[in-house]
Design a protein around this ligand. Structure first.
Ligand SMILES: Cc1cc2nc3c(=O)[nH]c(=O)nc-3n(C[C@H](O)[C@H](O)[C@H](O)COP(=O)(O)OP(=O)(O)OC[C@H]3O[C@@H](n4cnc5c(N)ncnc54)[C@H](O)[C@@H]3O)c2cc1C
Length: 314
């Protein structure tokens, strides 16, 4: 079933992405006796590594995302699954009954089934000055870069759940934390709004950020207040943007899987994409992008891949 030559591997199931969806799919596929490997562009754990605190995953009292990721990685490795880290899948095509994937280190993987679990990434800001200050004050990950702003003033852009959680996190580190939301009200869960107020996060709503400024690094931002149109300035050394996410759908596109209008991979209830032999799970499907959903979809995708391989063998 399995053959490995230099720079070429033949396996039954290739999973793209070692986030919660990919790891769960691998656990289920391996326990079905399948020859499965995960290919991960960066490090295993996916966006779970960025989550400050997970409070809604049953069985765990609040736990940090990184700690939960560590547990998942340890579990999948213990049962003998290989996670190929720093191995980004950069191209994919179908050749007769095989899918051929190529990674950025020029390895070729031939697989009978593919599970797309490549998640999604944070949407970049499109405000004047963004490019100049990315990495010089503007960040998309408070968990990663937050400690650089100890005792400083920062703004979180985006008042959804991610923005709220990260504003609360940054309040433990920074001196002043602003939370800026375009809509007239924060769109995060009510439970967070109480905590934000208690912790003294400065909430600014109906505000459209229009410019970042500074000399060598970020010194502040300007925003337009709606509906008055009045322009205001706040002085901050750090900005963390949580303004939505976009799917990592490049491989799905190469394979010709059908996407929805936002670019998410269309799946049925069995996590089958429009292309037989290709399944998708987790944030890439655009279905309620939460950890527990990613894990559930990963399990279903693996079961469907198993049945697909059984049918192929008949
Ligand atoms: C800050 C933050 C806080 C969160 N808090 C919570 C929470 O409290 N509760 C909750 O339920 N959910 C939370 N989430 C959401 C949760 O983390 C995601 O829903 C979950 O991680 C999705 O898992 P996934 O496996 O689909 O994708 P991801 O975790 O994004 O993993 C996808 C992986 O695929 C890799 N990849 C992408 N393209 C390629 C490629 N071409 N080749 C190889 N690898 C590739 C990526 O590097 C990544 O590691 C949070 C997310 C963030 C960012």
């Amino acid at each position: 079933m399995f053959r490995a030559m230099s720079h070429m591997k033949e396996i039954e199931v290739a999973i793209i992405g070692a986030g919660p969806a990919g790891i769960t799919a691998a656990i289920y596929a391996k326990r079905k006796g399948l020859n499965v490997e995960i290919f991960e562009a960066q490090i295993a754990g996916g966006t779970l590594n960025e989550a400050v605190l997970i409070e809604n995953y049953p069985g765990f009292e609040p736990i940090s995302g990184a700690k939960l990721a560590e547990k998942m990685i340890s579990q999948v490795k213990k049962i003998g699954v290989t996670i190929n880290e720093s191995e980004m899948v950069v191209s994919a095509k179908k050749n007769s009954e095989w899918f051929e994937l190529i990674t950025d280190s020029n390895k070729t993987i031939k697989a009978k089934a593919v599970i797309l679990a490549s998640g999604a990434h944070r949407r970049r800001l499109k405000v004047a000055g963004t490019e100049k200050f990315e990495g010089k004050g503007i960040s998309y990950c408070a968990t990663c870069d937050g400690p650089l702003f100890e005792g400083k003033d920062v703004a979180i852009i985006g008042g959804g759940n991610s923005g709220a959680v990260n504003a609360l996190y940054m309040k433990n580190i920074a001196r002043t934390v602003y939370l800026i939301e375009y809509m007239p009200k924060l769109v995060c869960e009510t439970a967070y709004i109480e905590q934000l107020k208690e912790k003294g996060v400065k909430i600014i709503t109906s505000a459209e950020v229009v410019e970042f400024f500074g000399k060598d690094s970020l010194e502040g931002l300007k925003y337009k207040e709606h509906p008055s149109g009045e322009e205001k300035t706040i002085y901050v050394q750090g900005v963390f943007a949580y303004i939505g996410i976009e799917p990592h759908n490049e491989i799905a596109k190469m394979l010709g899987c059908e996407l929805d209008e936002k670019g998410y991979v269309k799946v049925d209830l069995k996590m089958k994409t429009s292309l037989p032999g290709v399944f998708a799970a987790g944030d890439i499907t655009g279905v309620f992008q939460q950890l527990i959903v990613a894990c559930g979809q990963g399990a279903i995708a693996a079961e469907s891949a198993y049945r697909h391989l059984q049918n192929m063998a008949k």
